[in-house]
Write a protein that binds this ligand. Structure first.
Ligand code: HEM
Length: 411
């Protein structure tokens, strides 16, 4: 007899098709891979050379922490042509040290604990205002009208642009991330062009009238003694708007959904929000893993686990799989808001690209979740959940909910 966990017939492994992600992460595929083929050779229909899918926690951390063996250049997406080619310029996310280090240092001050602590009262006020806008209606789309607004407002405030523009820019990032087959031809490129056209106006504005904001610091920034030019600025702008937007949104939306699907956990969290919120947020990060993967490129012939990888091969870290690895987590398929320790890799495996916005993201998530859990009484799903058609970012596209209509705050 076969051990119960060993699947006799392997599931169809397809980590490229958005269909595999149509109900969230493909945990059945990931489990099979971790147990049977943890560094799996994955074909790339459509002309790509193929890639290694790395699914175990230990291996994901190893790849993420070793930028010498695993380069972020030319791109961290699977298709080679996905890095935006701008005459030798690239996004910080797609650079290796030491160049990456210089770029990261430029923006680090805005993400340090003190800076984030100072932002918390603003973030709390935004969360209150977001809930005020929906609470009287007794229903809303939790993705569009609650979870998505917070990160777009926060990044707009950090960059020093109007909040309403943050919401518009953030819509563009959704188009940039969506699978090409799910939208009209050229929509992704058009969205990038619109983003850069907006960034151009911000560049002009902050060059001539600098203020105390992140965009002004970038517009006047220097790396290795060289001033940033407009293309550097545009790429930084895109990265900042992009990186914190649908990641945070998806965590809040999919995390709330997970709690609604686990009423005992929800009840336990509500009964001791102050004591449990921090560990609950970490558990929801592990559970949801909003970023599905990051790719690296092997710089030499080497082995990952028992698998030989050649120089030039694409190596793809699947965070959602690592976060359900039985050798790293006890009962990984159990949502446990009190889980400790919780060494999840939702923000990356811990290397030089470890999420710069992790502290801000956590602060946003805590504020919104607090408002949702304390003020939206009798919260429940009010219709089918539609997931994003993407093999890169996981989360619901729409999450209709209803709740007992309440009064706006007095603030
Ligand atoms: C739940 C929310 C978030 C998740 C799950 C998330 C996840 C990630 C991941 C997986 C990476 C790549 C790590 C690596 O390659 O090792 C990353 C990088 C990054 N994130 Fe986040 N992120 C979140 C929120 C944010 C926020 C709110 C911001 C900004 C306000 C942000 C800014 C960035 C930036 C700038 C990078 C690139 C860092 C670099 O290349 O050095 N992220 N994030």
């Amino acid at each position: 007899m076969l051990p119960t966990r060993l699947v006799a017939t392997p599931p169809v492994i397809d980590l490229l098709s958005p269909v595999s992600f149509a109900d969230g992460q493909p945990h059945e595929q990931f489990r099979w891979l971790r147990e049977n083929d943890p560094v799996h050779w994955h074909e790339e229909p459509g002309g790509g050379p193929g890639f290694w899918a790395v699914t175990r926690h230990e291996d994901v951390r190893r790849v993420g922490r070793d930028p010498v063996s695993f380069s972020s250049e030319p791109t961290i997406l699977i298709p080679d042509d996905s890095g935006i080619d701008m005459g030798g310029h690239r996004m910080m996310l797609m650079m290796d040290p030491p160049t990456h280090t210089g770029y990261r240092h430029l923006v680090i001050p805005d993400f340090l604990p003190r800076a984030v602590k100072e932002m918390i009262p603003r973030i709390d006020a935004l969360a209150t205002a977001i809930i005020d806008d929906v609470i009287t209606r007794g229903e809303c789309d939790l993705v569009e009208e609650v979870a998505g607004l917070m990160p777009s407002y926060v990044i707009a405030e950090m960059l020093g642009i109007p909040r309403s523009d943050g919401v518009e820019l953030y819509r563009l990032t959704e188009t940039i991330h969506a699978a090409p087959e799910s939208q009209p031809p050229g929509a992704g490129i058009q969205a990038v062009a619109s983003m850069f056209s907006y960034a151009h106006q911000v560049w002009e504005e902050k060059r001539s009238r600098p203020a105390d904001d992140l965009a002004s610091r970038l517009a006047h920034g220097e790396v290795e003694g060289r001033p940033l030019d407009e293309i550097d600025f545009n790429l930084f702008f895109l990265l900042l708007v992009d990186a914190g937007g649908d990641t945070t949104r998806n965590l809040v939306a999919a995390g709330t959904l997970a709690l609604l699907e686990h009423p005992a956990q929800l009840e336990s969290l509500r009964s001791d929000l102050d004591g449990s919120l921090d560990s609950a947020v970490e558990e929801l990060l592990r559970w949801v893993s909003p970023v599905i993967y990051m790719r690296r490129t092997a710089t030499a012939d080497l082995t990952i686990g028992h698998t030989e990888v050649s120089a030039g091969d694409k190596v793809v870290m699947y965070y959602g799989s690592a976060n359900r690895d039985e050798s790293a987590f006890t009962n990984p398929d159990r949502l446990d808001i009190h889980r400790r320790p919780n060494d999840h890799v939702a923000f990356g495996g811990g290397g030089p690209h470890f999420c710069l916005g992790a502290r801000i993201g956590r602060a946003e998530i805590r504020s919104v979740m607090t408002e949702v859990l304390t003020r939206l009484v009798d919260l429940e799903p009010a219709g089918p959940v539609e997931w994003l058609p993407s093999n890169f970012i996981s989360g619901p596209k729409h999450l209709p909910v209803r709740f007992r209509p309440g009064a706006p705050s007095l603030g």
